[in-house]
Ligand binder design. Sequence first.
Ligand SMILES: NC(=O)c1ccc[n+]([C@@H]2O[C@H](COP(=O)([O-])OP(=O)(O)OC[C@H]3O[C@@H](n4cnc5c(N)ncnc54)[C@H](O)[C@@H]3O)[C@@H](O)[C@H]2O)c1
Length: 342
Amino acid sequence: MKDLLNVLIVGAGSIGGLKPNEFDSPTNHSKILTHCHAVKFLEEKKHLKLTGIVEPNLEKLCEVKLKWNISEGYITIDEYLKTSNYADIITIASPTITHYEIVKQILLSEKKPKIIILEKPGGYNLNECTLINNLSSEYKVPILINYIRRFNSHYQTIGNLLKSGFYGKILNASLCYTRGLKRDCCHAIDIFNWFFGDFTSGQSLSYSNLIDDYDTNDLTEPFYLQYENCPHVFLRPCDGRKGSIFEIDIIAEKARIIFVDNGTKINIHNVQKEKIWGDYSVIPSECKTIINNEFTIDLINVYKNAIDYLSSTGDIARKKLCCTIDDALNVYKIIDNLRYEE
Ligand SMILES: NC(=O)c1ccc[n+]([C@@H]2O[C@H](COP(=O)([O-])OP(=O)(O)OC[C@H]3O[C@@H](n4cnc5c(N)ncnc54)[C@H](O)[C@@H]3O)[C@@H](O)[C@H]2O)c1
């Protein structure tokens, strides 16, 4: 029997392990929305074993151990590092402000894992993300970043089609977003970096009416970006206190692709001959809709990517990681370019 890879998860919050059962439950694998659930699912398939969890809140620690049947619980990462247990994969799903210190503690210890899975955005700011990247290079431990859309097959297909020129030249894109450039908009910047080639320039569109709808240190603001393969990208801010929105709209020569409802629905509008007035083409309101894109299995793909990467050593070329600390760094470089970071 092959050796299972042991996994330790750090942080038992909303994405780590504790969503209400109606959203994420050990008995319903049709929706897998936490790291604990994804690892448990792959434990059943005999790929991984969830061996431990780190959570400073005692009540949550007991709850998560019980919910996911995890044998070892630790209050701090230090406590884990002092035991004789070893995790091949360490997932960090604690608050962003803790990411750098936890990565540092792990990588300076004797118990370096084979890979770290780090929640987006990967450190609290550009400086921390750079330090994490340096540690990863120095100690040769790769870091897989969970920008979840990178692991979704529909995004992968559309990204490949856009990059191959299937939809013609990309003409413009926009994002309507709430809850901060760093917290929510970072997902879109990562997608633009992925789909549009090199970032070439960016600027703020206003220094007034900035929106404080989630975190005073991370305002929701209007920006304009330019990329090698997309000349105009607009980031449109919206006040998210009454309702959040995250919608990406990409217009290319042959189609308009709109990711609505947080990207859970993708509408593709193909350019057609105009039917009423004459001999020109239009982008119609009618569209082909891709549904069932609720990111319900993509966390499994994060772990499968890590497993494939780790199992493809030796003579076989290493499988590529879908999203690395370099990708997280590229997002932060843009955020930093757009506004002064604290
Ligand atoms: N990839 C995505 O789509 C996505 C979605 C949501 C959140 N996130 C990211 O995941 C991370 C966690 O977000 P969340 O919404 O689950 O937060 P959360 O506040 O619900 O959970 C964080 C948990 O970590 C625990 N914690 C605090 N300090 C810790 C420490 N030093 N060591 C271990 N655990 C500690 C907290 O007690 C809490 O239980 C953030 O970095 C966030 O940006 C990513």
